[in-house]
Design a protein around this ligand. Structure first.
Ligand code: EPU
Length: 417
């Protein structure tokens, strides 16, 4: 079993380079099968979610070649067959094969996806959208069979601006007949990245990044070269780490606009954040003020940064609050922080943290990916040794996190127990 061991209290300085976005690449890989020719994706992060998707491609007889950060995907000999539960459950993003296979073959058989336990995570909006395009959805014992004689473009209103539903419907509609309009679409940077990729392959998508996306269906998609956008959640995580323990940390290959909500909250707290065209510079702050955050869809404060941010709130003087509006169960990290000495409470969608409190190293559990990132922040701040278990959650989403932190002076290692 792997665990992460951190000796806390060390000041961090130097440069941290941001990798390609997890939540973008996990959609780009399934999107690639819509092409009939080889496509190349660059800036692919080395994370276990990517490895799980490569396994799905192999199952579908799609050839992949990887060298460094470049992934070539060739679906020309692809076979559309049932995706077994053991593979689909490995990650949430396996559901993007629903939209991609439905778009390409008008038939998909697969099981309910996996992913972090942070809420109920239904996929009703995805399925309703497929049905609006003309598909029939059958579900039995967690298995979905989705078929269509024809997919025909239509107007779809999403009751919630769901990231997954927006991407899945773009994938299915790309090869539908006629025009599809997605209203109340999600606007996250990875939506734009996926739409650009599809357009590079020959799709006709406009409006990505706004709440109305228009997709004019095409018959064929071809080869292209595309880059994964820098990960704004990874960027934000390192900004939070720098705010807690950094001295002149420079975060490079970042897009400062994508983390504006976090930047403004850090400044409100009293931290100086300097931004350049593709970098951010931060040092730790003192006498930090408490702040209140409310998670919202992009460009609001991202739910995926709420848990790492909660750790920083333990160092602010006074009571801070978190209003989590996206997921029902994203406060498990607060119980772990309590074990380290934090003063935290939560009820339903509201969490409260009163500080400043000294954190002490102890044994804690990464209950999900971003909770795990929050515990890494805590371990770096804490006095003594922190041991984090269930680290496979963290390794699913952060490329070379141990190495990146070691390079700026952290005492952190992956240990085998
Ligand atoms: N929702 C529905 N029905 C649906 C789809 C969503 O009710 O059919 C609800 C969800 O239950 C949730 C809200 O809508 O309450 C938002 O869900 P969304 O579909 O936007 O989330 P997702 O696509 O499942 C992605 C990321 C998450 C991130 C959210 C929100 C991937 C693979 N996952 O999830 O990332 O929290 O968007 O930004 O892209 C993470 O990286 O740690 C992570 C959990």
């Amino acid at each position: 079993m792997q665990k992460i061991k951190i000796e806390g209290g060390h000041e961090l300085s130097g440069t941290i380079n941001i990798s390609g976005s997890k939540n973008s690449v996990v959609a780009l890989i399934p999107a690639a099968i819509l092409s009939d020719e080889e496509v190349t994706i660059d800036n692919v992060p080395d994370i276990s979610d990517v490895a799980a998707l490569e396994e799905m491609l192999e199952h579908l007889n799609v050839t992949t070649t990887k060298s460094s950060e470049m992934l070539k995907i060739n679906p020309s000999n692809m076979i559309n067959k049932e995706i077994p539960e053991g593979i689909s459950k490995k990650l949430r993003a396996s559901y993007y094969f629903m939209g991609a296979l439905l778009g390409k073959y008008k038939k998909v058989e697969m099981y309910f996806p996996g992913g972090c336990s942070i809420g109920k995570r239904p996929i009703n909006l995805h399925l309703k959208g497929f049905e609006a395009l003309g598909a029939k959805v059958k579900e039995k014992n967690n298995k979905f069979i989705i078929t269509a004689d024809r997919l025909v473009g239509t107007q779809i209103y999403l009751d919630f601006a769901s990231v997954g539903a927006t991407i899945n419907l773009m994938l299915a509609a790309t090869k539908a007949e006629g025009t599809t309009i997605i209203e109340n679409a999600a606007k996250e940077p990875h939506i734009v990245n996926v739409a650009t990729f599809l357009n590079n392959m020959g799709a006709k998508i406009t409006g990505a990044g706004t709440d109305q996306i228009k997709i004019v269906g095409v018959d064929k998609l071809g080869s292209c070269f595309h880059e994964v956008v820098p990960d704004y959640i990874e960027t934000g995580t390192y900004m939070i780490i720098a705010s807690a323990m950094g001295k002149n940390i420079k975060i490079t290959n970042a897009i400062p606009d994508h983390v504006e909500a976090l930047t403004l909250k850090l400044r409100e707290m009293g931290i100086s954040v300097k931004t350049g065209p593709d970098y951010i510079e931060i040092s730790r702050g003192s006498n930090l003020k408490p702040v209140n955050i409310k998670t919202q869809v992009y460009p609001g404060f991202p739910t995926d940064l709420q848990q790492p941010f909660a750790t920083l709130l333990t160092q602010c003087k006074g009571k801070s609050s978190i209003n989590e509006t996206i997921w029902e169960n994203r406060f498990m990290n607060l119980s772990e922080l309590k074990k380290m000495g934090a003063t935290t409470t939560f009820k339903s969608s509201k969490g409260y943290i009163t500080g400043p409190t000294k954190l002490n190293g102890t044994e804690v559990t990464a209950t999900d990916l971003r909770a795990g990132a929050g515990l890494i922040v805590a371990g770096l701040i804490a006095e003594g040794i922190t041991i984090i278990s269930d680290v496979e959650h963290i390794l699913r989403g952060y490329e070379q996190i141990i190495q990146k932190l070691t390079e700026v002076g952290a005492k952190i290692e992956l240990i085998q127990i």
